[in-house]
Write a protein that binds this ligand. Structure first.
Ligand SMILES: [Zn+2]
Length: 268
């Protein structure tokens, strides 16, 4: 549970996730700053600090630093913190999302009055009209489509040439994850799928997505790329893959899972 503000004891030893423009400050050694507030020369008002959780058995606090514009080289995205392990990544993802929420919910969307932080849950409340807001979480599906010995990989307009991944798309209002997966695959590459198997999920704080991964079987259809969305898409033999995302990402993990499943089938 989030505590919004603390009595800042200058000598309190903890981990500190300083967030500036959705990036997090690391030490010169690439670690999360650890020590006391005064030792690390941190500055913040009480409402810019909140407890996020624990890291390696010690309290970890978010410090919101969006007033200062910085080109400090030691600020990294949560994605660059995937290599620091799941616990650190999860706190980093939470830190940037909480910071964004507090930054973008200062006024009521219904009546325009100032919003106030609720002190027992992560929410903002308008004392004038009662409107309450929670951090936005945007569910997104990842779909690894497979057929005999092959996986469907695509490159969207946002990715550099030569770099491919499985298909992804946002869930629309009142849609199930499964229907979103079928719709996205049909829209993006014109292919019908079936037999969806849930693999797992991963928070993706860019800025507030939650990825849910499915492996699915191909049914029918030739690949036709959706203009403006997909630059190119192909069936790849699992033993001849192009450049794909790192294994720390859910998409990278799923691609390797499909690869392993098919390789063990071929070898049987
Ligand atoms: Zn209001």
């Amino acid at each position: 549970m989030i505590k919004h503000s603390i009595e800042l004891a200058p000598t309190k030893t903890a981990y500190w996730l300083v967030v500036n423009k959705s990036k997090i400050k690391l030490t010169v050694n690439g670690e999360i700053p650890h020590g006391s507030f005064s030792q690390l020369a941190l500055t913040a008002k009480a409402e810019q600090v909140c407890l996020l959780g624990t890291l390696a058995g010690q309290e970890c606090y978010l410090v919101i630093d969006h007033d200062q514009i910085t080109d400090d080289m030691n600020f990294v995205t949560p994605r660059e913190m995937l290599s620091l392990g799941e616990e650190a990544y999860s706190l980093a993802a939470r830190a940037t999302q909480v910071a964004l929420f507090m930054q973008t919910h200062r006024f009521c969307g219904q009546c325009g009055s100032a919003m106030h932080l609720v002190n027992w849950e992560l929410a903002t409340l308008c004392h004038k009209c009662g409107h309450r807001c929670y951090p936005r979480i945007a569910p997104c599906v990842l779909i690894a489509v497979q057929r005999e010995g092959q996986i469907l990989l695509a490159r969207s307009s946002r990715h550099k040439p030569g770099s491919f991944s499985i298909l992804a798309g946002f869930v629309e209002s009142a849609e199930t994850l499964e229907n979103a997966a079928k719709r996205e695959v049909k829209e993006e590459v014109g292919v019908e799928i079936t037999n969806l198997r849930y693999v797992g999920s991963q928070p993706w704080p860019f800025p507030h997505s939650l990825m849910a991964g499915f492996i699915a079987d191909y049914v029918s259809g030739e690949i036709i790329c959706q203009p403006e969305e997909i630059e190119e898409a192909y069936w790849y033999d699992v033993d001849k893959l192009p450049e794909v995302p790192a294994v720390e990402t859910l998409s990278g993990l799923m691609i390797r899972q499909v690869q392993q499943m098919m390789t063990s089938k071929i070898n049987k």
